[in-house]
Design a protein around this ligand. Sequence first.
Ligand code: C5P
Length: 453
Amino acid sequence: MKESTDAVWQPVEEILNGKSVVLGVTGSIAAIKAPAIAALLRDAGAEVTCVMTESAEQFVSRQVMEKATGKAAISQIFAQTGTAQQQASGPREELTWHVHLARGADAMLIAPCSASAVGMLRAGIYDNAVLLAAASLPKGTPLIIVPAMDEDMWLQPAVQENIAWLKEHGTFAIEPVVGKLASGLTGMGRMPEPEAIVRRFCGTIGQPPDGRRPGTLDGKNVLITGGPTYEPIDAVRFIGNRSSGKMAAALALEAKRMGAEVTLILGPTVRFPLLESAGILPLRVETAEEMKHAVLEHLPKNDIVVMNAAVADFMPEAKAEKKLKKRDIADQFGRATLRLKRTPDILASIARLKKEGHIVVGFALEKGKGSEAYALGKMKEKKLDMIVLNNIEDEGAGFGHDTNKVTIFTKEGKPEPLPLMTKEECAVLILERIAAVSGERSSLAVRRSQKRM
Ligand code: C5P
């Protein structure tokens, strides 16, 4: 196998080309995204067969799914004589279509997977076409579910327990993200966007043969920084920026969900109650100096550092202890001068202390044409393993927004431009990429030490 992270993070086309995918669609309003998922799978070269429940047909018609997949869709356990489904399965196989379909599949994706479908999968009740196909998958054929529902449904102990049980028994779940829900409320339960689903689906079926799973940070200690820093001018004024800390909060939550022990160092931002409910208590700092001290203090026990904070580049040369009076600082023309000096470069300090096996990820917020070259230059200069570029010219990307559009650069691989997606979805993909690099490095280290023995 090639010694590069590309082995884990291959382009979706390489993974999906020629694959046969069964796309199950159940009754959640997120079913309206199913045609887009089918189209992306097909664009990447997969052959897609849609199996849907009767409730799913309330949200997306069979005809639409047939157009998106280019094949007859199945929505009944027993096909009506003369229907496309019956013609597709043929007279001899019509009663056992689910067995033939499942045996011919490389993987099955159920997106969206309703709360009831989750419960029935767990209970082994297969009384609709989607569940019947899922139940017929031979051992070893991956089943990937994408639960989507309202937050209160998602938080039902039964749903949580069912998902945990399914995961324990080999089903892969692409979990929902925080966002706008069909009810009009905002909360956890929203199905990720089709691009993010297809990318993660590929992560599960494109696993390298030695069984290493991308997408896990089990046993890893991850240090994440986020938010702005405030550099004080006097007792009440400061130099700062508009970073909201939302991306860092999303990264921390997802890293924890992927099994990592998370240390989150946050500049001045609003509170994130979701962090607290996940048991992540951010360490609060205000200035770049304080952030540097906190990072360096926690660096030794962490394997992965994600420097997402928008650290101020300059700070006032001196801080006035009291509030400065206008008349004391303005000259006769009403002008005032503030002398600035550079803040400490935290990433540069990390680079100096970096040990073998450490993974350090930086972020860059850039504009315009030269931004890719800038990101690559910064990755080299600061000995980063990965840099995530936010292009601030892209609508919806960057500070304050709930969405982000980033390109991921690693030392080994090609740039990976991701589409516009929520910060939660973005966090998932960034961390899966980090997990892939981390997994690849660990197995490389094992191979090297085996060679030396
Ligand atoms: O140079 P630029 O501000 O584009 O670098 C951004 C990256 O460097 C981010 O990962 C940020 O957290 C980090 N940074 C730092 N120390 C600074 C300024 C930025 O570590 N003083």
